[in-house]
Design a protein around this ligand. Structure first.
Ligand code: CA
Length: 226
């Protein structure tokens, strides 16, 4: 999952980038409204954390522009304490959730998990596909109850595939949702990661659909679904 973090406070930015990275997200950062506007319109994020008090263009205006452009990405806004009118303006502009500063990083992570999950159409907190099970709270996965040893990129890949199980996902889409913008994005590396993932979860769980991409499926005899 790839997140855009829009925040102008350098300390908070450092802290959040670290926490989001540890939680398994690829993170892009925008320090002002102008860059946020540009990135949000041009990159396919799975969720956006948007501070409202920003240099150049304020957060509410940024959000309004995104929604006018029909950008449907879930947005969590960060508001200053006591500024209830900011919250109202944020929701009116199209925010999906909010947190008031100061907040606990854990709460931000929990809210983001819920946002990402709901926007992909899943109501339950854990995800499964047959006997494959993912717990996004702990960034862990199991097959038949056996824990898998995954690198963070392998976990991200599996998370994305599980979230969109049954649908064919192109390499380009995977690259866009797994890597941040500074990463050297070579879509050939996806094939390598799919290969490694197959070794760990079983070769038949990830189908290759020639010329189109990959699809996560439940094995025959397993119940599919979430
Ligand atoms: Ca600010």
């Amino acid at each position: 999952m790839r997140i855009l973090l829009v925040e102008d406070d350098p300390d908070l930015t450092r802290q959040l980038k670290l926490a989001l990275g540890d939680a398994g997200y690829a993170v892009d950062h925008a320090p002002d409204g102008e860059e946020a506007l540009y990135l949000g319109e041009n990159e396919p994020y799975d969720a956006i954390v948007l501070d409202l008090g920003l240099p150049k263009i304020d957060g509410v205006s940024v959000l309004e522009s995104w929604r006018r452009a029909h950008m449907a990405t879930p947005v969590l806004i960060l508001t200053a304490r006591g500024a209830w009118s900011e919250k109202v303006a944020g929701f009116d502009a199209g925010a999906d959730d909010y947190l008031t500063k100061p907040f606990h990083t854990e709460e931000l992570l929990a809210r983001l998990r819920a946002l990402v999950r709901r926007s992909a159409g899943h109501a339950a907190p854990s995800l499964s596909c047959g006997s494959l099970r993912l717990d996004p709270r702990a960034a862990r996965a199991t097959v038949d109850g056996e824990p898998l040893r995954l690198t963070s990129l392998e976990y991200r890949l599996l998370h994305y595939l599980t979230m969109h199980q049954g649908r064919v996902i192109s390499r380009t889409e995977l690259v866009e949702h797994l890597y941040d913008q500074d990463f050297d994005r070579d879509s050939n590396t996806i094939e390598v990661f799919i290969g490694r993932l197959r070794k760990k979860i079983g070769p038949d769980r990830v189908e290759t659909v020639r010329g189109l991409g990959y699809r996560l499926i439940a094995l025959e005899g397993e119940a599919s679904g979430v």
